[in-house]
Design a protein around this ligand. Structure first.
Ligand code: ZN
Length: 165
């Protein structure tokens, strides 16, 4: 396994539509392993292949049990409800914005061997599915918000809210 460099906003790879994975071979397995290692090191909750410059439809999402899920060629097949909350991205360092997402989503994907499976996520996991899948079509969360906050601004806001609570 190897750490890969996470590309940041402005890199053209982050604006591209990724191609489906059609070979479930050793190269894909190395990519998935590298994505997981890179995500763990960055302490993130999700990472998409285009964020490391690979224009293929593969993402890693951390689920509610803190396990990393591998999703190849994922599609959202059902969504319901709505949530509004702060979101960030390893490709947009130290900036956060408020983004509306569905409360619950169901995703159909393939595993590293090509087996089809379905998985559901709620709250932060649903948010993460939406966020990571958007990367595969060249979109970033900043497109859904008109104001970005720095990590320091966000911390100060959270402290104010706690004081008011
Ligand atoms: Zn992201």
């Amino acid at each position: 396994m190897a750490l890969r460099t996470i590309l940041v906003k402005g890199d053209p790879a982050l604006g591209k539509v990724c191609r489906p994975v059609d070979k479930f071979d050793h190269r894909l397995h190395i990519l998935l392993d590298d994505l997981k290692e890179t995500l763990a090191q960055a302490k993130g909750v999700g990472l998409a292949a285009p964020q490391v410059g690979i224009l293929r439809r593969a993402v890693i999402v951390v689920n509610e049990n803190d396990e990393m899920m591998e999703l190849v060629n994922p599609v959202i097949i059902h969504q319901e409800g709505e949530q509004d909350g702060f979101e960030g991205c390893l490709s947009v360092p130290n900036l956060y914005g408020q983004v509306k997402r569905p409360m619950k989503v169901r995703v159909r994907a393939q595993d590293r061997n090509g087996e089809v499976f379905e998985v559901e996520g709620e709250e932060i996991v649903a948010r993460c599915f939406c966020h990571e899948l958007e990367h595969l079509d060249g979109h970033l969360f900043v497109e859904h918000t008109d104001h970005l906050y720095t990590g320091e601004e966000l911390d100060a806001m959270m402290e104010d809210q706690e004081e008011q609570a």
